[in-house]
Write a protein that binds this ligand. Structure first.
Ligand code: FE2
Length: 464
């Protein structure tokens, strides 16, 4: 295996890792942090500890958490690696031991290092850092120290999606794990108290990469999309995962507590979806809203194999009629967007508003603004970050005791290319045309990353 020599854009600019774990308090704030904005924004993302071996993919880097804690109008910052077993082994070795997903699996029981780099979820008093190929890691707030792998007292019987869904009404958490061996998917439910209650198989025709899913009040929706895994491709030295655009998409709808044989599959046009915005029930229909791409080049390593129409995600809805068995797919807007979020107090219920990152017209996945969709009025409002400024996923933070859906804030890290600095941007979610509520200046660059979460003051106070 050769050491990477060519410049990889995901190791350059603001994709490059930062080396220091900092703690900084208090931070300079431009504008004013509202006193009822109290809690901690934590964002996960890849930050390779060492020079990668083999081909580096953006999905490979060691997870690093960047946290901004806000209380009484003041803010503090800290960033910490997620100290996984692989991280500790590589730290002792003083170099990378594992290569990434574009290379064959390593001679290790896991095959690939659990990077714990993708997202965060708060459930049953515990913050978890997630990575879809393995177990989640328990994180102590607000210190952001890693407590270790979290296996539900040894009951975890699968990998663990980066995007579990917490029902805001019942407090249950649903998750799944996929693998490249039958039955390919296992689906689990965790009680509001954090006990893993049940795990059932979801059988698929073949192994696929399944990044996200969705819930409604009564159903769980799986996306069997044609990002297939084929070991023969790996033996030829190609990535094992490839998008096959001549295969259809399948959506499986299962009563939340149903058995494997109660899943109903709906077929739709070929596509890939990394992220769902939300899903809900309406009459006989289950409605899914998600960022649909007609194809993706995410694992394509040969330039001549790239689909020029790939990697353009746009907001779409699918209406699955449980009476007639039909599906109706509709594009809701033609603007390229990703990183969808809603007010999670309404997850699984019909939401009027959706918040997404607006993709910049650049070869790399950069976001030059935030869009708020009013799905009821068919209206969108955009906040542009400004020239040379790029943000990430903007997380909706509900105002405590809010009575309307969009009463709250959007928070995201924004990087200024010219100044080489980062800030936490706080926007008024009710009016994206207004000036930012506050800009919290971060004492170091925050590399572009993946998903964040807001841990409320109430959750911080109740953390275990
Ligand atoms: Fe994701």
């Amino acid at each position: 295996m050769e050491t990477t020599t060519a410049v990889n854009p995901f190791l350059e600019g603001n994709f490059a890792p930062v080396r220091e774990e900092m703690t900084s308090d208090p931070l300079k704030v431009i504008g004013e942090l509202p006193t009822d904005l109290s809690g901690m924004f934590v964002r996960n993302g890849p930050n390779p500890q060492w020079t990668p071996i083999g081909q580096y993919h953006w999905f490979d880097g060691d997870g690093m958490l960047h946290g901004v804690e806000i209380r009484h109008g003041k803010a503090s910052y800290r960033n910490r690696y997620v100290r996984t077993r692989g991280f500790e082994i590589e730290q002792k070795a003083g170099k990378a031991v594992w290569s990434g997903i574009l290379e064959p699996p390593q001679p290790d029981s896991d095959g690939y290092k659990n990077a714990a780099n993708t997202a965060l979820v708060w459930h049953a008093g515990q913050l978890l850092a997630t990575w879809e190929g393995g177990a989640p890691h328990a994180i102590e707030v607000s210190q952001l120290e890693t407590k270790g792998e979290y296996t539900y007292n040894g009951k975890l019987a699968s990998a663990f999606t980066a995007h579990p869904k917490v029902d805001p009404v019942t407090g249950e958490m649903m998750f799944f794990g996929y693998s490249f061996a039958p039955p390919f998917v296992k689906y689990s439910i965790v009680s509001p108290q954090g006990e893993l209650l049940r795990t059932i198989p979801i059988e698929l025709p073949m192994g696929v990469m399944m990044h996200d899913f969705a819930i409604t009040a009564n159903y769980t929706i799986f996306m069997d999309l044609p990002m297939t895994f084929n070991p023969a491709r790996m033996q030829r030295g190609e990535p094992g995962l490839m998008f096959e655009r001549d295969r259809p998409s399948r959506f499986g709808i299962l009563p939340r507590h149903g058995d494997s044989d109660s899943i109903r599959w709906f077929e739709s046009s070929s596509c890939y979806v990394f992220h769902t915005l939300n899903a809900y029930e309406e009459g006989d229909e289950v409605v899914l809203i998600a960022c649909r791409m007609s194809s993706t080049n995410v694992f394509v390593t040969q330039p001549e194999q790239r689909d020029p129409d790939g990697d353009i995600p746009r907001l779409h809805s699918w209406r699955f009629n449980l009476s007639t068995g039909t599906v109706r797919e509709e594009m809701l807007d033609d603007v390229p967007i990703e990183f969808p979020r809603v007010n999670e107090n309404l997850l699984g219920r019909k939401t009027r508003y959706g918040y997404v990152g607006k993709m910049a017209p650049t070869p790399l996945p950069l976001f030059d603004g935030s869009i708020k969709y009013d799905l009821q009025a068919g209206y969108a409002q955009t906040y542009e970050y400004g020239k040379g400024r790029y943000g990430g996923e903007a997380v909706f933070v509900p105002r405590p005791d809010a009575t309307v859906e969009d009463d709250g804030w959007l928070v995201t890290f924004v990087y200024d290319t010219d100044a080489d600095t980062s800030e936490l941007l706080v926007l008024n979610a009710q009016d994206l045309s207004s000036d930012p509520v506050a800009r919290v200046l971060i004492p170091q660059r925050v590399p572009y990353g993946f998903h964040g979460t807001w841990v409320s003051q109430q959750q911080l106070d109740a953390s275990v």
